[in-house]
Structures are given as structure tokens and as C-alpha cells.
Design a protein around this ligand. Structure first.
Ligand SMILES: Nc1ncnc2c1ncn2[C@@H]1O[C@H](COP(=O)(O)OP(=O)(O)OP(=O)(O)O)[C@@H](O)[C@H]1O
Length: 270
């Protein structure tokens, strides 16, 4: 298990995330219909499916970002190791802290140093660290994010000076600094070249033992390479998105049970 930062949050290992009967709307437009999915602790779950079928909406529901959209509404439950993250007794920030997010476009604070980028999230969670604890945390997170060797001699340089792939790994390191139990990744490699993509995929595999990962990807090869389990979303002809099939990734790619899954993973549509 990863060490807790001294003076920081208590250690919290990877958690199972379970979505139950998730239905979602933007205004009167229903985009998901009773979607249920268990994302096992320490595993990598890939969400795949054609554009517009609700994968990103589903992902954003998993850490309460959906509700940031004024017209958005939601029914169903999301359980983090059995605890409902939408329980009115629980603070919104608890859910966002336990369930981190990495976006499509790397978004480090460009003028802030690499070191300060890594610890930028701590302020939001009210964590105060002494100088040496902070240094340890910066190194630990950059190592886990697969970036340490490339930046250890220039931690005071601006985050904006890194390559796109390095910036994305910096964002991963920044997410890890607040010790999430789940890391959500919304097409994290779509803005990156193939080499940087492979480095991120390796980083994800290294992280999987320490944090549960859920990734949205359009790249079938990527889903096959990195994920343990996979869920295929589909919204046919203006109907809300549903999960057509989910399960073990290898089985879904080699012998899908549903013809629509077979067509999609073999590139026949979407
Ligand atoms: N902020 C929003 N306001 C209104 N409608 C939205 C909003 N975000 C998404 N939608 C709609 O919800 C549906 C699902 O979108 P979503 O982005 O979740 O799909 P997706 O499967 O992630 O697509 P993509 O793969 O293209 O990112 C689409 O019809 C989209 O137009």
C-alpha cells in the first residue's frame, strides 16, 4: 500500500465503485437509462461506445461533477465501498477528494512550478504539510505518475513548459497527491502522440494496484491493452444510453455475447 503523507490524510486504499440504476438528463433530454455497473477495486474498467452515448456523463456522475451543469438531473445511486456518495449527510468535497478526475486535455497550472502543481490540490482539501513532508509527497507522486526521472532536476520550472504527455502525467501526479481511492480518466490520451500514450498506459497499469481506475476511451486497442473489465455503452436512434454488455475485457473482445458489441469492437460502426 502507498505510504500516507506525514501529517496528511489517513491512508485509504482502492475502493469499489458501484453505480446502480443511473438515469441522467440535461433538461428534458434523457441521456442515460438505468445504467448499473460495478467497477472493482484495484481494477481498470474501460467505458467504450460511440460518440454521444453518455460515457462522459456517466463518468462525471461518478464524482458528482454532473451536477455542476445547471440543467442536469440524475436518479440512481453511486456507492463507494458501499457508501452512497450522494447521501445528503455527506459533503460534496468528500466525494471529489476520494474520486479524482483526469481530463482529456492536460490542464496543469501553466505558470506554476512542477512542484507546486503536484501539491496544488492539497490547499483545496485543507491539508497542510511541512517542507520535508511536502518534498516527499512531490517525489512519491511524480514517481507514481511516471514523470519523476524526467523532471527531478527541474522541479521549479513551470508546468506549462512540459510536453503534452508530460503535462498529462503531471496532472495524474497532482490527482494522486490527495490520495484518491478511485481515479476517473476521460479520454486521457486523445490529445497525445502514440509514444506518450503508451507511457500513460504503462503508468495506469502501475497505478492500478493502488487506485481503482475508470477510463473513457475511443481507442479500442487502448481498452484492450489496459483494462481488466469493459462496459460497452450504446444509445440507438435517439434513445438514452444503456450498457449493452460488460465484463472481462478479453472475453468481450474475443467472444462478445451481443452482435452490437461485436460490430463495435471490430470497427464496423462508431
Ligand atoms: N452540458 C451539456 N448540456 C446539454 N447536453 C449535454 C451536455 N453534455 C452532454 N450532453 C448531451 O448528452 C449526451 C451524452 O453526451 P456524453 O458527452 O456523455 O457522451 P459521450 O459518450 O461521452 O460522447 P463522446 O464520446 O463524444 O465524448 C449527448 O447527447 C450530449 O449532446
Amino acid at each position: 500500500a502507498p505510504a500516507a503523507p506525514s501529517g496528511g490524510a489517513p491512508p485509504a486504499g482502492p475502493a469499489t465503485l458501484e453505480a446502480r440504476d443511473i438515469t441522467a438528463w440535461f433538461g428534458s433530454h434523457q441521456v442515460l437509462d438505468r445504467v448499473s455497473l460495478t467497477m472493482p477495486a484495484s481494477g481498470i474498467t474501460a467505458l467504450i461506445g460511440p460518440s454521444g452515448c453518455g460515457k462522459s456523463t456517466f463518468l462525471r456522475i461518478l464524482n458528482r461533477m454532473h451536477e455542476l451543469v445547471p440543467s442536469a438531473a440524475l436518479a440512481g445511486e453511486v456507492l463507494l465501498d458501499g457508501d452512497d456518495i450522494y447521501d445528503p449527510q455527506r459533503k460534496l468535497t468528500d466525494a471529489r477528494r476520494a474520486i479524482g478526475m483526469v481530463f482529456q486535455k492536460p490542464n496543469p497550472f501553466p505558470a506554476m512550478s512542477i512542484r507546486e502543481n503536484v501539491v496544488a490540490g492539497l490547499r483545496l482539501t485543507g491539508t497542510r504539510l511541512g517542507r520535508s513532508a511536502k518534498e516527499e509527497l512531490v517525489e512519491e507522486c511524480l514517481v507514481r505518475g511516471g514523470l519523476w526521472n524526467e523532471v527531478k532536476d527541474r522541479l521549479d520550472s513551470p508546468g506549462g513548459g512540459l510536453s503534452g504527455g508530460q503535462q498529462q502525467r503531471l496532472c495524474i501526479a497532482r490527482s494522486l497527491a490527495i490520495k484518491p481511492r478511485v481515479l476517473l480518466m476521460d479520454e486521457p490520451c486523445s490529445a497525445l502522440d502514440p509514444t506518450s500514450t503508451r507511457v500513460i498506459e504503462e503508468t495506469m497499469k502501475d497505478l492500478a494496484r493502488q487506485v481503482t481506475i475508470v477510463i473513457v476511451t475511443h481507442n479500442m486497442q487502448q481498452a484492450a491493452r489496459v483494462s481488466d473489465t469493459c462496459a460497452f455503452f450504446l444509445a440507438s436512434q435517439g434513445t438514452p444510453g444503456v450498457i449493452v454488455e460488460h465484463g472481462d475485457t478479453e472475453a468481450m473482445f474475443s467472444s462478445p455475447r451481443d452482435q452490437r458489441t461485436s460490430d463495435y469492437v471490430n470497427g464496423r460502426f462508431g
